[in-house]
Design a protein around this ligand. Sequence first.
Ligand code: SF4
Length: 429
Amino acid sequence: MTERVLLRHVGVPGQEDIETYLRHGGYEALRRALRELSPEDVVEMVDRSQLRGRGGAGFPTGRKWKFVPKDAPVKYLVVNGDEGEPGTFKDRTLLEGDPHLLLEGMILTCYAMGIRKAFIYLRREFYQAYRKLERAIAQAYEHGFLGERILGTDFSCDIVLHPGAGAYIAGEETALLESLEGKRAMPRLKPPYFPAVMGLYNQPTVLNNVETMCCIPWIVKHGPEWWLAQGPPQLYSVSGHVNRPGVIEAPLGTTARELIERAGGVRGGRRVKAFYPGGTSSRPLRAEHLDVPLNHESLAKLGSMLGSGAVIIMDETTDMVQVIARVCEFYREESCGKCTPCREGTRWVTQILDRILHGRGRMEDLDLLESIARNMTGTCFCPLGESVPPSLRAGLEDFRDEFVAYIRGARTPVEMPVRIREGILAPGG
Ligand code: SF4
């Protein structure tokens, strides 16, 4: 087992208190940066570390930072703490277990990017994290790590904590900015609204997720080479049919089989049937892929992705038709309704899946599902709608026999978990 880095102090009693954080070497990276490194040095260190965003898209962090115009008079940092994808709970672990690590990462980022004001957009349901962050921010001000002339330098920075809008779409980066500006959380068109150039209040904005920010102090403190030598560290939220679900820190590229072992094995000693390697927006994979390294490149080759690192394990008793129906229902309920492919597509697929599960499906429904998946791919306004086709495709290609069994009556119709609104029919329904 590798040494813990990101989770090293999570679970240490009192870690959310600044005195404990300082005893464990907290804010040393910030002191070092302000004493020895120029802002450009910090950007270069992050770039050389090959750190990729941990929020889902996996975009290289250093490159993202370099898109931000250097000479812009006003810039912002916004941290996306609106973790809401099914199966994802790693950011919450960091927020509650080591809030000063996030703050230190944010202050370092502000220093590197010449930013004066930063925001944490926090999922509204994270009450504990909110309380802890509120206290941690106050402590950081008291100790001179935030506010005017930080540690006696010319660098000043403020952090604002903002509760989210209680909607999954608010975690989409441009919808988050809308929400932060006090508007309804709906995505903006990209381009031209790439946050790096035109973000919060139309100013250049660095937008990163909680885990990404928590990597920065480690990279600055020990250097990018050390960081790369660690694997680099990555958090996986492991859930589903394992004996000990939880957040596991392991090097990028660890296999699902290794994660299952660390999570105490599959419940009841059963075999794995399938797993989502990167949350429900990734394509679920079959058991034969348990030894594939969980990294961006290997998963892309299989048409899947690492996403937010949420590994959801499903054992051999799992009904994949029900799983996919449930996932599609989630996206239907969370669709903001702005664009037709997502608004209508999510509704149609859940209704077709409903009739299949109720024993009223027809073989043509499989072609219909495939056609809707095709029409939703690349046509949705934001990634939420694009999260539906991967599950559908996997269902139709890898688990087709289960769909056919329902249609042929070989499977007992089930109470559909999807709540269909009455009176609206799917195409051909
Ligand atoms: S894809 Fe869905 S969530 Fe995204 S803008 Fe379109 S309707 Fe809204």
